[in-house]
Design a protein around this ligand. Structure first.
Ligand SMILES: C[S@@+](CC[C@H](N)C(=O)[O-])C[C@H]1O[C@@H](n2cnc3c(N)ncnc32)[C@H](O)[C@@H]1O
Length: 458
């Protein structure tokens, strides 16, 4: 059996049994198996593609096996899902896909080899377009059709429709779901003021991003990052814009106090650190999970700025403990959220999230918003950011907080700030002061960004 398929299967198994994150585990498994570059690419395609389209393949398998997916041994089901992906979404020849998966079945569950062979042969006898028609048969509405065909849980489809509908763009739902099923390009952040950008532009295949003024892509991102001394980092363009929205919301005055309240693993902290260094601000960071606080420390290692990273629950934020008794001038609250805006990157996430997570997270978001707002100095600015477009987590959490804060808070025109930061105009929802980015429209994660100012008492 090919080592790439073995690695892909092992990652699927760890996702199923140990709640592993494929994007973290796969690179380690590829290294351990010493896969060639070509095999590593195949293992990545098989793992990510199978996990993203798992709901769709399960329906195909149910039809081909004539039994519900949950009546199939979970290990055998993973073998079948990998096979269905190769047969329906890759150019792997049919005989290779079937034979390899039957070999895999023999090692995983020898008794099931005949069953795997029969099911995959049935899958292979119908072409991909005809399978789409079969999978869509019997749906009762458009959301269910899209959920089945684009392989998303129904509640996620409904939430994404509602978020697009708010912008009058519900007709983009299919494009968004398709974008969730694609692999994002590797995007780089060149920390501002710390790298000779003119030299980088000479590097073959290095190109500035369309929107983020510190963003870029490269034909060889790994080498660029390795040669960057911690000052060139992999980061989504939307995340860059979110951090810059806060640091560039208005000119920086030397000595300003900044805080990144929920900072792990530190991608945005690194951008803020570079910006703080350039403007003469003092940056602190907080993160509740100790290993993630360590990741923040590593993320900012390339920036020659002393940043205090503390571990603590952001809901108990005490500005004085950070040496800022007068409060912070800028706070980033990149809140814990469902992550429904980053489904491209976390292929298993859509199947793991539950609708009830939204209620728990909005409660936490509200508490963190209150703690952050209370820790702002008069006139200070808060950036509320989520990598979810779910309206309960975006406008819902923010709107409830604004209602609680009343006259003490002033919503800033975040859209104008982000447009001013961006290299090119962004196609944003008209009439909104907040910013919602989209994978299908901007090529970024679906980041939500809102700036709020604490009005000084008169
Ligand atoms: C969306 S992530 C932040 C991503 C980060 N800003 C970056 O760009 O790399 C949210 C973080 O909040 C942390 N977190 C969750 N609950 C928290 C709490 N009550 N207080 C502080 N941090 C919390 C999570 O551990 C997670 O690391």
């Amino acid at each position: 059996m090919s080592p790439a398929r073995r690695v892909a299967y092992e990652v699927l198994e760890a996702v199923r049994l140990d709640e592993a994150y494929a994007n973290l585990l796969l690179p380690a498994r590829i290294r351990r198996a010493r896969l060639s570059q070509a095999d590593a690419a195949l293992a990545t395609e098989l793992t990510y593609g199978t996990l993203r389209r798992q709901g769709y393949y399960d329906r195909v398998i149910e039809l081909a096996a004539d039994r519900p997916a949950d009546a199939i041994d979970p290990a055998v089901l993973d073998v079948l899902r990998l096979g269905a992906h190769q047969l329906l979404s890759t150019r792997v020849p049919t005989h290779a896909a079937v034979n390899e998966q039957v070999d895999l079945a023999r090692s995983v569950s020898p008794k099931a080899a005949g069953f795997v062979n029969a099911v995959l042969r049935t899958v292979s006898r119908t072409d991909a377009d005809a399978w789409r028609e079969l999978v869509a048969e019997g749906v009762s509405n458009e959301d269910e059709r899209l959920a089945r065909l684009e392989s998303h849980p129904k509640w996620v489809v409904r939430a994404l429709r509602a978020a697009l509908d708010r912008e009058g763009r519900a007709d983009e739902l299919e494009a968004l779901l398709q974008a969730d099923n694609s692999s994002p390009r590797v995007n780089l952040a060149v920390l501002p003021g710390l790298v000779d950008e003119s030299a980088l532009l000479e590097v073959d295949g290095f190109a500035p991003d369309r929107y983020s003024p510190i963003g870029a892509t490269s034909h060889d991102p790994i080498s660029v990052v390795e040669s960057g001394g911690g000052r060139i980092r992999v980061q989504d363009e939307g995340s860059q814009l979110a951090a810059l929205a806060l640091s560039r919301a208005r000119p920086v005055e030397a000595g300003e106090r900044w805080l990144d309240l929920c900072s792990g693993p530190g991608g945005k902290t690194a951008v803020l650190a570079a910006e703080a260094l350039a403007g003469g601000a003092v940056l602190s960071a907080n993160e509740i999970v100790p290993v993630r606080a360590d990741l923040v420390r590593s993320a900012i290692a390339g920036v020659p700025l002393d940043v205090e990273v503390r571990g603590g629950d952001g809901r108990d934020l005490d500005a004085a403990a950070f040496g800022a008794p007068g409060g912070f001038d800028r706070i980033l609250l990149d809140a814990p959220c469902t992550g429904l805006g980053a489904l491209r990157r976390r292929p298993e996430a859509r199947w793991r999230k539950r609708p009830q997570d939204v209620g728990e997270l909005t409660l936490l978001q509200g508490q963190l918003l209150d703690a952050a707002f209370a820790a702002l100095a008069p006139g200070g600015v808060l950036a509320y950011v989520t990598c979810s477009p779910h309206t309960a987590e975006t406008h819902g959490s923010l709107g409830a907080a604004l209602a609680r804060w009343g006259d003490e808070a002033e919503s800033l025109d975040t859209a104008a700030v982000v447009q001013a930061v961006s290299r090119h105009p962004l196609d944003l929802a008209s009439g909104e002061a907040t910013v919602q980015l989209w994978p299908h429209r901007h090529g970024t994660d679906a980041m939500f960004i809102a700036l709020v100012r604490r009005v000084p008492a008169s």
